[in-house]
Design a protein around this ligand. Sequence first.
Ligand SMILES: *Cc1c(COP(=O)(O)O)cnc(C)c1O
Length: 399
Amino acid sequence: MSNIRKSEKLVTFDETSKSVIKPDPCSRAWVEVDSKAIENNARVLKNYIGKDCLLMAVVKADGYGHGAETVAKAALNGGADTLGVATLEEGIQLRNAGLTCQILILGNLINSEELYSSFYWDLIPTISGIREAIICNNIAKHKYKKFVIHLKVDTGMTRLGCNCNEVEDLVSKIDCLDSISLQGIYSHLAIADEDNLNQSFISFTQIQLNRFEKVLKDIGVRSNSLCRHLANSAGTLSNKQLHFDMVRVGLSLYGYLPINNFESILNLQPALKVKARVTLIREVQEGTGVGYGHLFKTKRESKLAVVSIGYADGVSRALSGKISASIDGVLVPQVGSIAMDQMVFDITDKPDIRVGQVLTLLGTDGENFISPQYWSDLSGSIPWEVLCSFRNRLPRVIT
Ligand SMILES: *Cc1c(COP(=O)(O)O)cnc(C)c1O
Protein backbone atom coordinates (compact mmCIF):
# COMPACT_ATOMS: atom_id res chain seq x y z
CA MET A 1 0.00 0.00 0.00
CA SER A 2 2.60 2.50 1.11
CA ASN A 3 4.42 2.17 -2.19
CA ILE A 4 1.51 3.29 -4.25
CA ARG A 5 1.55 6.95 -5.08
CA LYS A 6 -1.92 7.89 -4.10
CA SER A 7 -2.54 10.74 -6.49
CA GLU A 8 -1.45 8.85 -9.59
CA LYS A 9 -3.47 5.79 -8.83
CA LEU A 10 -6.64 7.54 -7.79
CA VAL A 11 -6.79 10.00 -10.65
CA THR A 12 -6.58 7.26 -13.23
CA PHE A 13 -9.20 5.21 -11.48
CA ASP A 14 -11.60 8.12 -10.96
CA GLU A 15 -11.48 9.35 -14.50
CA THR A 16 -12.26 6.07 -16.16
CA SER A 17 -15.00 5.09 -13.76
CA LYS A 18 -16.69 8.47 -13.83
CA SER A 19 -16.78 8.65 -17.59
CA VAL A 20 -18.31 5.20 -17.74
CA ILE A 21 -20.97 5.63 -15.07
CA LYS A 22 -21.91 9.28 -15.58
CA PRO A 23 -25.65 9.10 -16.25
CA ASP A 24 -27.12 10.70 -19.31
CA PRO A 25 -29.37 13.51 -18.01
CA CYS A 26 -32.08 12.27 -20.36
CA SER A 27 -32.01 8.70 -19.14
CA ARG A 28 -34.98 8.97 -16.76
CA ALA A 29 -36.89 12.24 -16.53
CA TRP A 30 -35.80 15.79 -17.19
CA VAL A 31 -36.76 19.40 -17.79
CA GLU A 32 -35.97 20.89 -21.18
CA VAL A 33 -35.51 24.64 -21.30
CA ASP A 34 -35.55 26.45 -24.61
CA SER A 35 -33.31 29.46 -24.02
CA LYS A 36 -34.14 30.85 -27.48
CA ALA A 37 -37.80 30.98 -26.45
CA ILE A 38 -36.89 33.09 -23.41
CA GLU A 39 -34.78 35.36 -25.61
CA ASN A 40 -37.67 35.66 -28.05
CA ASN A 41 -40.11 36.46 -25.24
CA ALA A 42 -37.86 39.17 -23.84
CA ARG A 43 -37.60 40.69 -27.32
CA VAL A 44 -41.36 40.51 -27.88
CA LEU A 45 -42.06 42.10 -24.48
CA LYS A 46 -39.44 44.79 -25.00
CA ASN A 47 -40.95 45.72 -28.36
CA TYR A 48 -44.39 45.77 -26.81
CA ILE A 49 -43.50 48.13 -23.96
CA GLY A 50 -41.56 50.49 -26.21
CA LYS A 51 -38.19 52.12 -25.90
CA ASP A 52 -39.05 54.49 -23.06
CA CYS A 53 -39.83 51.68 -20.67
CA LEU A 54 -37.28 49.35 -19.10
CA LEU A 55 -37.78 45.61 -19.00
CA MET A 56 -36.96 43.79 -15.78
CA ALA A 57 -36.68 40.03 -16.17
CA VAL A 58 -37.84 38.45 -12.92
CA VAL A 59 -35.66 35.38 -12.39
CA LYS A 60 -36.45 34.54 -8.76
CA ALA A 61 -36.96 30.95 -7.62
CA ASP A 62 -34.22 29.78 -9.97
CA GLY A 63 -35.86 31.48 -12.91
CA TYR A 64 -39.30 29.98 -12.16
CA GLY A 65 -37.67 26.57 -12.32
CA HIS A 66 -35.98 27.21 -15.68
CA GLY A 67 -32.51 27.97 -14.24
CA ALA A 68 -31.80 31.54 -13.17
CA GLU A 69 -28.49 31.92 -14.95
CA THR A 70 -29.81 30.53 -18.25
CA VAL A 71 -32.91 32.69 -18.11
CA ALA A 72 -31.03 35.83 -17.08
CA LYS A 73 -28.55 35.52 -19.95
CA ALA A 74 -31.24 34.73 -22.51
CA ALA A 75 -33.45 37.59 -21.30
CA LEU A 76 -30.57 40.07 -21.45
CA ASN A 77 -29.75 38.87 -24.97
CA GLY A 78 -33.36 39.49 -25.91
CA GLY A 79 -33.25 43.06 -24.63
CA ALA A 80 -34.10 42.92 -20.92
CA ASP A 81 -32.48 45.80 -19.07
CA THR A 82 -32.39 44.62 -15.48
CA LEU A 83 -33.02 41.54 -13.35
CA GLY A 84 -35.25 40.96 -10.36
CA VAL A 85 -34.68 38.30 -7.69
CA ALA A 86 -36.38 37.52 -4.40
CA THR A 87 -33.43 36.84 -2.14
CA LEU A 88 -29.88 37.95 -1.48
CA GLU A 89 -28.55 34.49 -2.34
CA GLU A 90 -30.28 34.55 -5.71
CA GLY A 91 -28.62 37.87 -6.47
CA ILE A 92 -25.18 36.67 -5.41
CA GLN A 93 -25.58 33.57 -7.57
CA LEU A 94 -26.12 35.78 -10.63
CA ARG A 95 -23.10 37.95 -9.78
CA ASN A 96 -21.00 34.80 -9.43
CA ALA A 97 -22.25 33.77 -12.87
CA GLY A 98 -20.65 36.96 -14.20
CA LEU A 99 -23.74 39.08 -14.72
CA THR A 100 -23.07 42.79 -14.26
CA CYS A 101 -26.44 44.41 -14.95
CA GLN A 102 -28.60 46.01 -12.27
CA ILE A 103 -30.26 43.48 -10.00
CA LEU A 104 -33.13 44.41 -7.69
CA ILE A 105 -33.88 42.26 -4.67
CA LEU A 106 -37.68 42.18 -4.42
CA GLY A 107 -37.76 40.63 -0.95
CA ASN A 108 -37.05 42.38 2.33
CA LEU A 109 -33.56 42.35 3.83
CA ILE A 110 -33.77 43.08 7.52
CA ASN A 111 -30.37 43.07 9.12
CA SER A 112 -27.15 44.89 8.50
CA GLU A 113 -25.22 41.75 7.53
CA GLU A 114 -27.63 41.07 4.68
CA LEU A 115 -27.70 44.69 3.62
CA TYR A 116 -23.91 44.86 3.77
CA SER A 117 -23.74 41.84 1.44
CA SER A 118 -26.20 43.47 -0.85
CA PHE A 119 -23.99 46.58 -0.99
CA TYR A 120 -20.84 44.54 -1.51
CA TRP A 121 -22.39 42.56 -4.40
CA ASP A 122 -23.96 45.63 -6.00
CA LEU A 123 -27.48 44.36 -5.50
CA ILE A 124 -30.25 46.90 -5.04
CA PRO A 125 -32.33 46.28 -1.92
CA THR A 126 -36.02 47.08 -1.59
CA ILE A 127 -36.68 49.36 1.36
CA SER A 128 -40.07 49.64 3.05
CA GLY A 129 -39.19 52.04 5.85
CA ILE A 130 -36.68 54.41 7.40
CA ARG A 131 -35.10 51.73 9.62
CA GLU A 132 -33.49 49.89 6.70
CA ALA A 133 -32.65 53.16 4.97
CA ILE A 134 -30.60 54.24 7.98
CA ILE A 135 -28.81 50.89 8.09
CA CYS A 136 -27.98 51.28 4.39
CA ASN A 137 -26.72 54.79 4.94
CA ASN A 138 -24.41 53.63 7.74
CA ILE A 139 -23.06 50.82 5.60
CA ALA A 140 -22.17 53.12 2.72
CA LYS A 141 -20.80 55.97 4.85
CA HIS A 142 -17.23 56.85 3.79
CA LYS A 143 -17.35 54.25 1.07
CA TYR A 144 -16.43 54.80 -2.56
CA LYS A 145 -20.00 54.55 -3.83
CA LYS A 146 -23.51 55.32 -2.69
CA PHE A 147 -25.93 52.61 -1.66
CA VAL A 148 -28.57 52.47 -4.41
CA ILE A 149 -32.02 51.52 -3.16
CA HIS A 150 -35.62 51.28 -4.35
CA LEU A 151 -38.50 52.27 -2.09
CA LYS A 152 -41.58 50.08 -2.06
CA VAL A 153 -45.06 51.45 -1.44
CA ASP A 154 -48.04 49.34 -0.48
CA THR A 155 -50.95 50.34 -2.67
CA GLY A 156 -53.16 47.43 -1.69
CA MET A 157 -51.22 44.18 -1.71
CA THR A 158 -50.82 44.46 2.05
CA ARG A 159 -47.45 42.81 2.05
CA LEU A 160 -44.19 44.70 1.64
CA GLY A 161 -43.96 48.46 1.31
CA CYS A 162 -44.62 51.57 3.36
CA ASN A 163 -48.05 53.14 3.60
CA CYS A 164 -49.01 55.49 0.79
CA ASN A 165 -49.39 58.45 3.15
CA GLU A 166 -45.86 58.00 4.53
CA VAL A 167 -44.07 58.30 1.20
CA GLU A 168 -43.63 62.05 1.04
CA ASP A 169 -42.04 62.20 4.48
CA LEU A 170 -39.96 59.08 3.88
CA VAL A 171 -38.56 60.32 0.59
CA SER A 172 -37.49 63.62 2.10
CA LYS A 173 -35.83 61.82 5.01
CA ILE A 174 -34.08 59.38 2.67
CA ASP A 175 -32.87 62.25 0.50
CA CYS A 176 -31.18 63.72 3.59
CA LEU A 177 -29.09 60.58 4.04
CA ASP A 178 -25.93 61.36 1.99
CA SER A 179 -24.69 57.83 1.48
CA ILE A 180 -27.76 56.38 -0.13
CA SER A 181 -29.21 57.07 -3.50
CA LEU A 182 -32.93 56.52 -3.93
CA GLN A 183 -33.15 55.35 -7.52
CA GLY A 184 -36.61 53.85 -7.78
CA ILE A 185 -40.07 53.72 -6.29
CA TYR A 186 -42.48 50.87 -6.85
CA SER A 187 -45.56 48.97 -5.86
CA HIS A 188 -47.04 45.57 -6.66
CA LEU A 189 -50.44 44.62 -8.08
CA ALA A 190 -52.58 42.26 -6.06
CA ILE A 191 -55.20 41.02 -8.49
CA ALA A 192 -54.15 42.10 -11.97
CA ASP A 193 -54.15 38.47 -13.05
CA GLU A 194 -57.74 38.00 -11.94
CA ASP A 195 -59.37 41.15 -13.21
CA ASN A 196 -61.65 40.71 -16.12
CA LEU A 197 -59.63 42.63 -18.59
CA ASN A 198 -62.17 42.63 -21.34
CA GLN A 199 -64.36 44.86 -19.25
CA SER A 200 -63.64 48.48 -18.61
CA PHE A 201 -60.71 49.07 -16.38
CA ILE A 202 -62.64 49.68 -13.18
CA SER A 203 -61.23 47.29 -10.68
CA PHE A 204 -58.93 47.02 -7.77
CA THR A 205 -56.01 47.43 -10.16
CA GLN A 206 -57.44 50.82 -11.05
CA ILE A 207 -57.54 51.70 -7.35
CA GLN A 208 -53.92 50.65 -6.95
CA LEU A 209 -52.98 52.70 -9.99
CA ASN A 210 -54.75 55.74 -8.55
CA ARG A 211 -52.97 55.33 -5.23
CA PHE A 212 -49.59 54.97 -6.93
CA GLU A 213 -50.22 58.08 -9.03
CA LYS A 214 -51.25 59.99 -5.92
CA VAL A 215 -48.01 58.98 -4.19
CA LEU A 216 -46.00 60.19 -7.18
CA LYS A 217 -47.91 63.46 -7.11
CA ASP A 218 -47.17 63.84 -3.39
CA ILE A 219 -43.44 63.75 -4.02
CA GLY A 220 -43.80 66.15 -6.94
CA VAL A 221 -40.88 66.67 -9.31
CA ARG A 222 -38.73 64.31 -7.26
CA SER A 223 -40.64 61.46 -8.88
CA ASN A 224 -39.37 62.46 -12.32
CA SER A 225 -35.86 61.42 -11.41
CA LEU A 226 -36.99 58.06 -10.02
CA CYS A 227 -37.53 54.79 -11.83
CA ARG A 228 -41.25 54.23 -11.23
CA HIS A 229 -42.59 50.70 -11.61
CA LEU A 230 -45.80 48.88 -10.85
CA ALA A 231 -46.65 46.17 -13.37
CA ASN A 232 -46.07 42.42 -13.24
CA SER A 233 -46.86 40.32 -16.34
CA ALA A 234 -50.61 40.74 -15.96
CA GLY A 235 -50.29 44.50 -15.55
CA THR A 236 -47.85 44.74 -18.43
CA LEU A 237 -50.08 42.89 -20.86
CA SER A 238 -53.38 44.35 -19.75
CA ASN A 239 -52.89 48.10 -19.67
CA LYS A 240 -50.10 50.39 -20.85
CA GLN A 241 -51.07 52.94 -18.21
CA LEU A 242 -49.50 50.58 -15.69
CA HIS A 243 -46.09 50.55 -17.37
CA PHE A 244 -44.46 53.75 -16.02
CA ASP A 245 -40.64 53.60 -16.39
CA MET A 246 -40.20 49.86 -16.01
CA VAL A 247 -42.19 46.62 -15.97
CA ARG A 248 -41.26 43.52 -13.99
CA VAL A 249 -42.13 40.40 -15.93
CA GLY A 250 -41.91 36.82 -14.78
CA LEU A 251 -44.56 34.47 -16.12
CA SER A 252 -44.82 36.07 -19.56
CA LEU A 253 -41.05 35.93 -19.98
CA TYR A 254 -41.32 32.16 -19.66
CA GLY A 255 -43.96 32.12 -22.39
CA TYR A 256 -47.22 31.94 -20.46
CA LEU A 257 -50.12 34.30 -20.18
CA PRO A 258 -50.98 35.27 -16.61
CA ILE A 259 -54.69 35.24 -17.17
CA ASN A 260 -56.92 32.38 -18.15
CA ASN A 261 -58.48 32.92 -21.56
CA PHE A 262 -56.42 36.06 -21.94
CA GLU A 263 -56.14 36.89 -25.60
CA SER A 264 -52.77 38.23 -26.50
CA ILE A 265 -51.43 39.13 -29.89
CA LEU A 266 -47.92 38.70 -28.58
CA ASN A 267 -46.00 35.75 -29.90
CA LEU A 268 -44.81 34.36 -26.56
CA GLN A 269 -43.24 30.91 -26.68
CA PRO A 270 -43.45 28.49 -23.73
CA ALA A 271 -39.86 27.68 -22.78
CA LEU A 272 -40.23 24.59 -20.63
CA LYS A 273 -40.96 20.95 -21.25
CA VAL A 274 -41.07 18.12 -18.77
CA LYS A 275 -40.24 14.73 -20.23
CA ALA A 276 -39.84 11.22 -18.91
CA ARG A 277 -39.17 7.78 -20.26
CA VAL A 278 -41.22 4.61 -20.18
CA THR A 279 -39.31 2.16 -18.01
CA LEU A 280 -41.61 -0.84 -18.12
CA ILE A 281 -44.68 -2.05 -20.01
CA ARG A 282 -47.29 -4.25 -18.36
CA GLU A 283 -50.27 -6.15 -19.65
CA VAL A 284 -52.95 -6.71 -17.01
CA GLN A 285 -56.42 -8.17 -16.68
CA GLU A 286 -59.64 -6.24 -16.29
CA GLY A 287 -60.21 -5.21 -12.65
CA THR A 288 -56.54 -4.85 -11.72
CA GLY A 289 -55.79 -2.17 -9.10
CA VAL A 290 -52.96 0.18 -10.02
CA GLY A 291 -50.57 1.93 -7.62
CA TYR A 292 -50.91 3.02 -3.98
CA GLY A 293 -54.44 2.76 -2.66
CA HIS A 294 -55.59 1.18 -5.93
CA LEU A 295 -57.12 4.53 -6.84
CA PHE A 296 -57.63 3.15 -10.31
CA LYS A 297 -58.88 -0.26 -11.40
CA THR A 298 -58.68 -1.29 -15.02
CA LYS A 299 -62.05 -1.52 -16.73
CA ARG A 300 -60.76 -3.78 -19.49
CA GLU A 301 -57.75 -5.87 -20.31
CA SER A 302 -55.12 -3.13 -20.37
CA LYS A 303 -51.65 -2.22 -21.42
CA LEU A 304 -49.89 0.04 -18.93
CA ALA A 305 -46.64 2.02 -19.19
CA VAL A 306 -44.66 2.74 -16.04
CA VAL A 307 -42.95 6.11 -16.30
CA SER A 308 -40.16 7.21 -14.06
CA ILE A 309 -41.24 10.57 -12.69
CA GLY A 310 -43.19 11.39 -9.55
CA TYR A 311 -44.08 14.01 -7.00
CA ALA A 312 -40.49 14.19 -5.75
CA ASP A 313 -39.67 15.50 -9.22
CA GLY A 314 -42.35 18.20 -9.02
CA VAL A 315 -45.47 16.58 -10.47
CA SER A 316 -48.07 17.27 -7.79
CA ARG A 317 -49.78 14.21 -6.34
CA ALA A 318 -53.00 16.23 -6.58
CA LEU A 319 -52.86 15.58 -10.34
CA SER A 320 -53.25 11.81 -9.85
CA GLY A 321 -55.55 10.32 -12.47
CA LYS A 322 -56.28 13.72 -14.01
CA ILE A 323 -53.51 14.44 -16.49
CA SER A 324 -52.48 13.04 -19.83
CA ALA A 325 -49.09 13.01 -21.47
CA SER A 326 -48.21 13.22 -25.14
CA ILE A 327 -46.28 10.50 -26.90
CA ASP A 328 -45.81 10.44 -30.67
CA GLY A 329 -48.39 13.22 -30.80
CA VAL A 330 -51.03 11.08 -29.06
CA LEU A 331 -52.39 11.81 -25.57
CA VAL A 332 -52.40 8.93 -23.09
CA PRO A 333 -54.10 9.18 -19.68
CA GLN A 334 -52.24 8.86 -16.38
CA VAL A 335 -53.92 6.36 -14.06
CA GLY A 336 -53.71 5.62 -10.35
CA SER A 337 -51.95 7.72 -7.76
CA ILE A 338 -48.81 9.61 -8.63
CA ALA A 339 -46.07 8.20 -6.40
CA MET A 340 -42.81 9.74 -5.27
CA ASP A 341 -40.79 8.43 -8.21
CA GLN A 342 -43.19 6.76 -10.65
CA MET A 343 -46.53 6.99 -12.30
CA VAL A 344 -48.47 4.80 -14.69
CA PHE A 345 -50.12 5.60 -18.02
CA ASP A 346 -52.83 3.63 -19.75
CA ILE A 347 -51.57 2.89 -23.25
CA THR A 348 -54.20 0.35 -24.21
CA ASP A 349 -55.28 2.60 -27.08
CA LYS A 350 -51.70 3.14 -28.19
CA PRO A 351 -50.22 -0.32 -27.81
CA ASP A 352 -47.13 0.23 -29.96
CA ILE A 353 -45.31 2.19 -27.23
CA ARG A 354 -41.99 0.64 -26.21
CA VAL A 355 -39.69 0.83 -23.18
CA GLY A 356 -37.37 3.81 -23.46
CA GLN A 357 -39.80 6.00 -25.39
CA VAL A 358 -40.23 9.56 -24.17
CA LEU A 359 -43.47 11.11 -22.92
CA THR A 360 -44.01 14.85 -22.78
CA LEU A 361 -45.86 15.60 -19.57
CA LEU A 362 -45.76 19.37 -19.87
CA GLY A 363 -45.10 21.56 -22.90
CA THR A 364 -45.41 21.10 -26.63
CA ASP A 365 -45.22 17.79 -28.46
CA GLY A 366 -46.30 17.99 -32.08
CA GLU A 367 -49.85 19.34 -32.11
CA ASN A 368 -50.32 18.86 -28.38
CA PHE A 369 -49.61 21.62 -25.90
CA ILE A 370 -49.97 20.81 -22.22
CA SER A 371 -49.82 24.03 -20.23
CA PRO A 372 -48.96 24.75 -16.59
CA GLN A 373 -52.37 26.43 -16.43
CA TYR A 374 -54.02 23.12 -17.35
CA TRP A 375 -52.21 21.38 -14.51
CA SER A 376 -52.89 24.13 -12.03
CA ASP A 377 -56.61 24.19 -12.84
CA LEU A 378 -56.72 20.46 -12.11
CA SER A 379 -54.76 20.64 -8.88
CA GLY A 380 -56.09 23.84 -7.33
CA SER A 381 -52.83 25.65 -7.90
CA ILE A 382 -51.55 28.44 -10.14
CA PRO A 383 -49.15 28.21 -13.12
CA TRP A 384 -46.41 29.98 -11.12
CA GLU A 385 -46.37 27.22 -8.52
CA VAL A 386 -46.44 24.47 -11.14
CA LEU A 387 -43.33 25.94 -12.78
CA CYS A 388 -41.40 26.44 -9.54
CA SER A 389 -41.91 22.87 -8.46
CA PHE A 390 -39.39 21.31 -10.88
CA ARG A 391 -36.30 22.06 -8.92
CA ASN A 392 -35.07 19.11 -6.93
CA ARG A 393 -34.20 15.98 -8.76
CA LEU A 394 -34.85 16.65 -12.41
CA PRO A 395 -31.79 17.44 -14.51
CA ARG A 396 -32.21 20.50 -16.65
CA VAL A 397 -31.29 20.31 -20.30
CA ILE A 398 -30.83 23.63 -22.05
CA THR A 399 -31.58 23.72 -25.75
C1 LIG B 1 -42.62 37.78 -8.82
C2 LIG B 1 -42.79 39.23 -8.98
C3 LIG B 1 -43.05 39.80 -10.24
C4 LIG B 1 -43.30 38.97 -11.48
O1 LIG B 1 -44.63 38.53 -11.53
P1 LIG B 1 -45.25 37.73 -12.78
O2 LIG B 1 -46.69 37.67 -12.47
O3 LIG B 1 -44.62 36.39 -12.78
O4 LIG B 1 -44.94 38.52 -13.99
C5 LIG B 1 -43.11 41.17 -10.33
N1 LIG B 1 -42.94 41.96 -9.23
C6 LIG B 1 -42.71 41.44 -8.01
C7 LIG B 1 -42.53 42.35 -6.84
C8 LIG B 1 -42.64 40.06 -7.83
O5 LIG B 1 -42.42 39.57 -6.62
